[in-house]
Design a protein around this ligand. Structure first.
Ligand SMILES: *Cc1c(COP(=O)(O)O)cnc(C)c1O
Length: 350
């Protein structure tokens, strides 16, 4: 607290990211990073960009990347927005598309950045309870609102909402923007991007941090009707003309172009997930169905906070949320087969 602060700073409740420990050799299964490296073609593209050209500003429109994304999804470049991580893309969506004086709707158990952006931009919100199986109830979103947002698959549950349900939600809310945050869609779902030409109220966001193994590069994107994209561009160009640096533009574009590597690494993560779910079951854990690169698990007899603390002492970190409905769950990122085995070995000794 300082007299120099703007009045609203003291009331801000910032987001708390998962721990990035400085200790070496930890089995780090707490922030949903990909256990495999980025595409070698993406790394080569970024290395080639390091040099004299860094003297110059990057392309403010990141056209090279927008074209790569547009080609990948079969949309127009004018339907694509890119930003410094999907968190930044989401922030611009909140500011540019959700500020209508009516409450934003999102699930009670969801990505904890959403209420933070509501606080930052003064957007009222209502948290809609997931059902007993931790699924979104589409009917709950048929009420007056200033927008709707949810991750699909949801975080931290990993549960997928089918496209038919998303269409129902879009049809029930023709006057609100529905943002589908597809941070984890590549690990088991079908992207709602195939619906953007039919629903001008749909904005789909994605990140290169998870399925494309580029969390350290900070690149995210949105796809939707060109009018929605223009709102995001207006905010972006009123805030930071160059959110993506030269390495990010070429590295992200090359990652989208290397479909073979992408498919192979996603497949490995999915196979490991199914194996880990089966093995955790043998240890007595209950695991929610997951379409993501993490699982959400609880043990009927063991306290989740206790398990997390014990695992930490054994060099394995997982994520535990101190939130009422999910206090007995652990969110565990899918690692390499070796990392997953280290987790299972640590759990078996407890
Ligand atoms: C990881 C994540 C993001 C943010 O991704 P960045 O592109 O790294 O900012 C957004 N939404 C959800 C649900 C996530 O889990």
């Amino acid at each position: 607290m300082s007299k120099f602060w703007s009045p609203f700073v003291k009331d801000l409740v910032p987001y708390v990211p998962g721990e990035q420990p400085k200790i070496a050799n930890l089995v780090k299964l707490n922030t949903n990073e990909n256990p495999y490296g980025p595409s070698p073609k993406a790394i080569a593209a970024m290395q080639a960009e390091v040099g004299e050209s860094l003297r110059l500003y990057p392309d403010p429109n990141s056209d090279r990347l927008k074209h790569a994304v547009a080609d990948y999804y079969g949309v127009q470049p004018s339907q694509v927005f890119v930003g410094n991580g999907s968190d930044e893309v989401l922030a611009h969506a909140f500011y540019g598309l959700f500020q209508h004086g009516r409450p934003l709707l999102f699930p009670d158990v969801t990505y904890s950045f959403y209420p933070v952006y509501c606080g930052l931009y003064g957007i009222p919100f209502e948290a809609m309870p997931l059902d007993e199986q931790f699924q979104i109830r589409v009917e709950d979103y048929e009420r007056p609102n200033g927008g709707i947002i949810f991750p699909n698959p949801n975080a931290p549950t990993g549960c997928l909402l089918p496209l038919e349900a998303i269409e129902k939600l879009l049809q029930a809310n023709p006057d609100s923007v529905v943002v589908v945050d597809e941070a984890y869609i590549d690990f088991g779902g079908v992207s709602a991007i195939c619906l953007v030409d039919r629903y001008p109220n749909l904005l789909v966001t994605q990140t290169l941090s998870k399925s494309r193994s580029l969390a350290g590069l900070r690149v995210g994107l949105a796809v939707g009707h060109a009018d929605l994209i223009e709102a995001l561009e207006r905010i972006k160009n009123s805030f930071n003309s160059y959110p993506l640096d030269r390495m990010a533009i070429v590295g992200a574009a090359a990652a989208f172009e290397d479909k073979v590597y992408f498919d192979a690494t996603c497949r490995k993560v999915i196979d490991s997930r199914e194996h880990l779910i089966a093995e955790l079951g043998k240890l007595g854990f209950e695991v929610l169905p997951s379409a993501a690169n993490f699982i959400f698990a609880r043990h009927p007899q063991k306290d989740a906070a206790g398990i997390a603390a014990g695992l930490r002492e054994q060099g394995v970190i997982v994520r535990h949320f101190k939130q009422e409905r999910i206090a007995q769950f652990l969110r565990i990122t899918i690692g390499t087969p070796e990392q997953n085995q280290a987790l299972l070995d640590a759990l078996a000794t407890r």
